[in-house]
Design a protein around this ligand. Structure first.
Ligand code: NAD
Length: 297
């Protein structure tokens, strides 16, 4: 299966990164979004990634220009999907929005076009019924800052054609990702299934007054050799988003102290602590304390 022409639906945080990464690695990419204003915002985000690719990927001017030359933008779904081998859907994490998007997409896409969802929380079987092609549908999940945190988690349903899975695994490699192929469906894939209980436990220790965030991170870093701890990761996610994710996803089996920890995060958000985004979180940025040698003493 040819995987050269790509449609990225939704040019927000992740969509703009997926589009850039694919274009940077030589794919012809169209970004589809709902309005001219959304497209303008997507173009601005994409321009913003230039600096990251220069710093982190040592991209040259020629490479940056070539990436931009591979990108087009559209607010017309039928026109945008015409001739595409794969659609990567990165519309908001809302079941109704995904459902109506896939209905509209199914009506205008050629039968051979593969659909891949970047949904963080919905499984392949929860989404494939909204499409006219469960055999050509799977999840392809990227992490924020995809050019450096380059996992591509691949989840299929029992209806996905194995050749489609193979083609998407190859595509992921072609755009510089490390494919993580899951053997069965799992909420949160591999990464978030690990990260969720980890951040919940850290938050509960803090909420319960067992230890402060720096001590909790330091313990993890010294004992496992990890470069960062849970609270540093929370700063990267961003404290307002983190609060929303943890409140919406709260289950009955959270550890003791979790709710108190969540309240403390709310208090930080109210006081203007957003994490890495505004340089103020559990740590101050740039040059957070956990990067200094003394932190581990
Ligand atoms: P976002 O809100 O930043 O962007 C969503 C984009 O979709 C916006 O540009 C919006 O205008 C557009 N949109 C809305 N309705 C649309 C429609 N019907 N058709 C096309 N475009 C539409 O969201 P995001 O953070 O980029 O998340 C998108 C998806 O990626 C979600 O499924 C999310 O779970 C997943 N994801 C997000 C992250 C993250 O860190 N933000 C990480 C991995 C996966």
């Amino acid at each position: 299966m040819k995987m050269k022409n790509v449609l990225v639906a939704g040019g927000g945080t992740l969509g703009s990164q997926i589009a850039y990464q694919s274009a940077y690695f030589g794919k012809q990419v169209t970004v589809y979004d709902v309005s001219d204003a959304a497209i303008t915002a997507a173009e601005k985000k994409i321009d913003g990634w230039d600096a990251s690719y220069r710093t982190d990927m040592h991209a040259t001017d020629d490479q940056i220009n070539a990436a931009h030359a591979n990108l087009t933008f559209s607010t017309d779904l039928a026109e945008a999907v015409n001739g595409k081998d794969i659609v990567i859907e990165a519309v908001p994490e809302n079941l109704d929005i995904k459902k109506s998007f896939y209905k509209e997409l199914s009506a205008v896409a050629a039968p051979e076009t593969i659909f891949a969802s970047n949904s963080s929380t919905m499984t392949t079987s929860e989404l494939n019924g909204f499409t006219d092609r469960p055999d050509k549908f799977l999840n392809l999940h990227f992490a924020n800052q995809i050019w450096v945190q380059n996992t591509a988690e691949i989840m299929v349903s029992d209806k996905t054609d194995p050749d489609v899975e193979k083609a998407v695994v190859a595509f992921a490699r072609e755009i510089g990702m490390v494919p993580i192929v899951m053997q069965k469906e799992q909420h949160g894939y591999v990464l978030n299934a690990l990260l969720g209980p980890f951040t919940n436990a850290a938050l509960a220790l803090w909420g319960n007054g067992v230890a402060d965030p720096q001590t909790i991170d330091k313990t993890w870093m010294i004992a496992t050799g990890a470069p960062r701890g849970a609270f540093a990761i929370m700063d990267e996610i961003g404290l307002p988003s983190l609060h929303t994710i943890l409140s919406n996803g709260r289950t009955d089996d959270v550890p003791d102290g979790f709710d108190a920890g969540l309240d403390k995060i709310q208090q930080m958000v109210d006081e203007g602590y957003k994490g890495q985004e505004n340089g103020k979180g559990f740590y101050n940025y740039p040059n957070p304390a956990y990067e200094s040698k003394d932190f581990l003493k």
